[in-house]
Design a protein around this ligand. Structure first.
Ligand code: B16
Ligand code: MG
Length: 210
């Protein structure tokens, strides 16, 4: 089947902000007294902010009030945003700019499918807002990853069926979302999920458009 659309996850595929999410969640977990490692963070990748905090609380078997829950969400996001305040196009991951340009030359449509509510801010910082025909982010879905909604909305907005699109992901939840949505899934840059996608690439320079 001819590829008509490429759908990119943001954090961990376009830009290396996953480490910033980890550091911010680690700080949250520390203040809750929950042990939290990079390995634990794998479970959070691709999840919404709310589902990520719920996962940390479940790990520690902790219950907090709705108000405290909300306070933790706000302080995590503030810390995260401070840590990425000065990102620029130089923080883009290897192969992204080249692949976007080559796909455009071939008339392939480009979309972002991210769980992040900060996606538009980050794309702006990277000067990538106009590089994509469609941007679907965490503000636009009712059911976050691992639900396929974010990718299905992206494909629909491009006017294509899932089988006509490829999804690039760095998270287990994102690969599940892509597969459940009927997309060809490519796991990128995260050996932890190398076997989960239809294909694994160390980085986007390895993806050759024919
Ligand atoms: P925010 P992606 C996801 O973005 C990240 O993988 C995940 O770590 C983060 O918790 C989630 O966005 C929500 O982000 O707090 O910025 O709304 O990988 O789907 O682009
Ligand atoms: Mg990601």
């Amino acid at each position: 089947m001819e590829i008509k659309g490429l759908i990119f996850d943001l954090d961990g595929v376009i830009v290396n902000t996953e480490h910033n999410h980890f550091v911010a969640w680690k700080r949250t977990a520390d203040s809750l007294g929950v042990a939290f490692t990079e390995k634990d963070n794998e479970k959070l990748k691709g999840l919404s902010r709310v589902d990520s905090l719920k996962t940390i609380l479940e790990m520690g078997n902790i219950e907090i009030s709705d108000e405290t829950f909300n306070d933790y969400l706000i302080s995590k996001n503030k810390f995260y945003l401070d840590s990425i305040a000065s990102i620029t196009a130089e923080n883009m991951l290897k192969g992204v700019a080249d692949l976007l340009n080559k796909a455009k030359e071939k008339g392939i449509l480009l979309a972002v499918g991210s769980s992040s509510k900060n996606a538009k801010f980050i794309l702006e910082r990277l000067n990538l807002t106009d590089a994509f025909h469609i941007i679907v982010d965490g503000n636009m879905v009712e059911n976050p990853k691992p639900n396929p909604e974010v990718f299905l909305k992206g494909a629909e907005a491009m006017g294509f069926a899932p089988e006509e699109c490829v999804v690039f992901e760095d998270a287990e939840s994102g690969i599940k979302a892509a597969k459940d949505g009927g997309f060809y899934s490519i796991a990128v840059g995260n050996p932890e999920i190398a076997k989960l996608g239809d294909l694994y690439l160390n980085d986007l320079t390895e993806f050759k458009l024919i």
